[in-house]
Design a binder for this molecule. Structure first.
Ligand code: ZN
Length: 62
């Protein structure tokens, strides 16, 4: 049964190696979008747009 365990372990290792660049890219994209949002978060229209977007995404805020 050790062979099966090794195969599963190798599969996890491979998946993690392939996922890391994607996660890094996602983190960079998230940080960039947050920074971009902060530039306009004081705009009431943008604030409403984000508010509507949260509701459209199913996030309750009030
Ligand atoms: Zn709301």
């Amino acid at each position: 049964m050790s062979a099966t365990n090794d195969t599963v372990h190798d599969r996890f290792e491979r998946a993690r190696t392939e996922l890391s660049p994607v996660q890094a890219a996602a983190a960079v994209a998230l940080a960039a979008s947050l920074g971009f949002a902060l530039l306009f978060v004081q705009d009431p229209l943008f604030h409403d747009a984000m508010h509507n977007f949260r509701h459209a995404a199913g996030v309750t805020c009030h």
